[in-house]
Design a binder for this molecule. Sequence first.
Ligand code: ATP
Length: 445
Amino acid sequence: MPKLVRRTPSDLLAGLAAPVEKLLARAATVAQSHGATLWLVGGVVRDLFLGLPVERDIDLVVEGDAVALAQDLAVALAGRVVAAHDAFGTATVEINGRHIAHNARNAIFLDLAGARREIYPHPAALPVVQTASIAEDLARRDFSINAVVLELHADGSSLQPARLLDPFGGQHDLEAGVLRVLHSASFVDDPTRILRGLRLAARLDLVVEPHTETFLEQALERKLLEETSSDRIRTELCLVFDEPRPSQVLRLADRWGLTSLIFPALRWSERIEQAVVRFENEMANAAHDSTLHAQVYLGLLTYDLSTEEREILIARYRLPNESAWLLRDVGAVQTVLEQLSPTLRSSEIDTILRPFGPAALWTVSYAESSPVSAIVQRYLLELRPIALSLDGHALQRLGVLPGPQLGQLLRALRAARLDGLVTSQAEEETWVREQMRQPGAGGEA
Ligand code: ATP
């Protein structure tokens, strides 16, 4: 259950780092000069209650014209408007970290939205948006814990405690560890809220409130997720892999019966669960690049799919190229694993595993048990990074003629290096000269 460490507006403001407070005070001053009220909303307010640092995009609601305000904010805060949608009344301002604090490296994004009501023409449709009051804006939100706003009122360069609006008891629900929708049609209007709720419940260890649970079950029975566009579902699913502990989300998705709704052939088996947990535990120490994490999760979750199922999944969710190739690679690499054995030479392992991308190989290393897993990890950490000192140009300088034989010689040289037959640039050069003395070698006479 989450623990609330801040409660009142002044407590919440005290949770903002000084540069962020200064930035928001300047934003509020600009809004005030427009005669508009600016409110902090969404995950930032939730994180402030929980005493978490604000290291994320900042969601702001304005009772007024968000696009016009964004343009003025960009000028006042030395930022730039990176997105503006007049029809939706939303805009995003990017502020370079340098303008916030000397040591801030990352940019901050202010996501501004005009207070609005949303009308859903039919279930799972995109809503029609109309300007409204802040109270109506809160009523269109997904969960009580996300329907709390803190007014930003500036006095000079600092923020003064102002109104905290919490009409649906979000603060109480957060403290009680409860996930609650605001009305019975919430999941019907927007079934992606099921996936948003899943992430929040798993992340914050929330219990679904009984009425909300009934609405959730009804939405699942009515197959509303299946009617939602696959692009919207894919966007939500990608966010799962950015969660601090995706394994918790995936486990809960299975308990809620979502895994097979998302794709019928997906199974959250004990083996996959163990692989995901192993990956999560080792992730921080492992030498792989963190940009691969989401790909490895996807690779593990889909590990047991057949070639045909992989293609159907790729097409159904119109997966981006990187993910599509990962899925194909993970399928293909499984067909060569039986060739791996601890008695192989390093160069033989290289020949088998070289065609596959690193995310697919990391996936295999967590999904399989030893000796396969150990061989793949050794390949990734020790063998794959080995680089030759000589390249094609260097070989030509040694007298090798350009052409297919040059490529063959380079591959053979790499094999010699992997197997420890040559260990330095000098030895590589000697090895090349020796090869050229062999009858039929493609060197210059
Ligand atoms: P996270 O910690 O995952 O970033 P967040 O609540 O900040 O959480 P955002 O996606 O940035 O998530 O959304 C900001 C706010 O917008 C939410 O807190 C919620 O009030 C509202 N919101 C976002 N998506 C929906 C939705 N599908 N239906 C209703 N309200 C939504």
